[in-house]
Write a protein that binds this ligand. Structure first.
Ligand SMILES: Nc1ncnc2c1ncn2[C@@H]1O[C@H](COP(=O)(O)OP(=O)(O)OP(=O)(O)O)[C@@H](O)[C@H]1O
Ligand SMILES: [Mg+2]
Length: 269
């Protein structure tokens, strides 16, 4: 249960906020009433919990009740409207105090770790880990993955999901593309681990009320099975379809000059 709304995070597109919980913990709250609504929250849970189970660092995710009354004294109209529209169940993410946004010039990432993150992002079709907006935090000297709300774009249009999920993944713009990601090594490690059982386990963590009334499905469990099916198929097919653009003379890189300057000494595998 959220007991206090502390402050909005201005840099987040969906206006996530810092809240305190009744366990006295501090959380980033992702609101059910925000732009992409509950689909973004489902993506956070399915992808975040899957990443964690694959050994990637993802801050703890918790279900959090919100009584919109805590927003009554909020001076910002936009924030007040968001809190009003988000009564009930929302998503909390453990706040990492003192974490820094990932800066590719200040933080070195090994080829193995870069490959694991790129492969995982390819699996969930995460387009929100570019050098423009890395959605990676550095905390206690390690890389942490946040913000999976825009992943699995196919779940916004289930009838076309199979086709959508079969598309390749272009990682040319990925925040870790210049670290020589060992995608083949990651595939070898991850493909056998992304099983139907594992996917069912993470899909089961999504609350029924975010899955209810999905057009074309009779029950929340049917929707869960659709997540399992699409991710399972993609796990087996995506490895060969991850594209990392080779920097060329005409197109040095899609990254800005400061990043492109790093490219020559990093082989893109
Ligand atoms: N667990 C966390 N601990 C500390 N800071 C965080 C945490 N999660 C998010 N932040 C900070 O809040 C910002 C916004 O969060 P996030 O990227 O999840 O929101 P968003 O609205 O989905 O953003 P986007 O603009 O990328 O769509 C992050 O860039 C980061 O600076
Ligand atoms: Mg973000």
């Amino acid at each position: 249960m959220a007991t206090r709304y502390v402050t909005p995070l201005r840099e987040g597109g969906s206006l996530p906020g810092i809240v305190e919980g009744d366990d006295l913990g501090t959380y980033i709250m992702k609101f059910s009433g925000a732009g992409q609504g509950r689909k973004a929250l489902i993506a956070e849970v399915v992808c975040g919990e899957l990443g964690r189970r694959l050994g990637l660092r993802v801050p703890e995710l918790v279900r959090m009740e919100l009584d919109p009354v805590i927003g009554l004294s909020e001076p910002d109209q936009e924030v007040q409207a968001l809190l009003k529209g988000s009564g009930g169940l929302n998503l909390g993410m453990d706040y990492l105090p003192g974490s820094l946004g990932f800066d590719p010039l200040a933080f070195e990432v090994g080829a193995r770790e870069a490959g694991r993150v790129v492969w995982f992002d390819a699996l969930i079709n995460n387009v929100d880990r570019s050098w423009r907006n890395p959605n990676l935090l550095v905390w206690h000297g390690e890389l942490w993955l946040i913000d999976h709300g825009a992943a699995m774009i196919w779940h916004h249009n289930w009838p076309a999901a199979e086709k959508g999920a079969a598309r390749p993944y272009d990682a040319s713009d990925h925040a870790l593309a210049t670290f020589g990601p060992d995608v083949a090594g990651a595939a070898e490690e991850f493909v056998p681990r992304v099983t139907e059982e594992l996917l069912a386990e993470v899909a089961a963590l999504v609350p029924d009320e975010w899955l209810a009334d999905e057009p074309g499905f009779d029950s929340p469990d049917e929707v869960r099975q659709a997540y399992v099916r699409t991710l399972l198929a993609r796990a087996h097919s995506i490895s060969d379809r991850i594209v990392i653009g080779e920097p060329t003379k005409d197109k040095p890189s899609q990254a800005p000059a400061w990043l492109a300057a790093k490219l020559p000494r990093r082989a893109v595998k």
